[in-house]
Design a protein around this ligand. Structure first.
Ligand code: SF4
Ligand code: SF4
Length: 61
């Protein structure tokens, strides 16, 4: 599976998830994190773990 969703209402735009992702799956757009290259996701869960707002959902394989 892959990174599934960014809960926009929870995202505070800190950019931590973008820094955590080694595969450049996420990017900041309009002050919120967005999934831009889902096909590159390695399902490592780092973005979900590191997000201080629990705003990212990664589906287990
Ligand atoms: S780490 Fe969480 S709160 Fe910060 S930009 Fe990413 S989704 Fe938003
Ligand atoms: S699960 Fe890993 S590879 Fe996928 S978006 Fe999050 S940090 Fe990037």
């Amino acid at each position: 599976m892959t990174v599934e969703k960014v809960y926009e209402e929870r995202c505070i735009g800190c950019g931590v998830c973008v820094q955590s992702c080694m595969c450049d799956v996420l990017a900041m757009k309009g002050g919120k994190a967005e999934i831009v290259h889902p096909q590159d996701c390695m399902t490592c869960f780092l973005c979900e773990i590191d997000c201080p707002r629990s705003a990212i959902l990664v589906m287990p394989p």
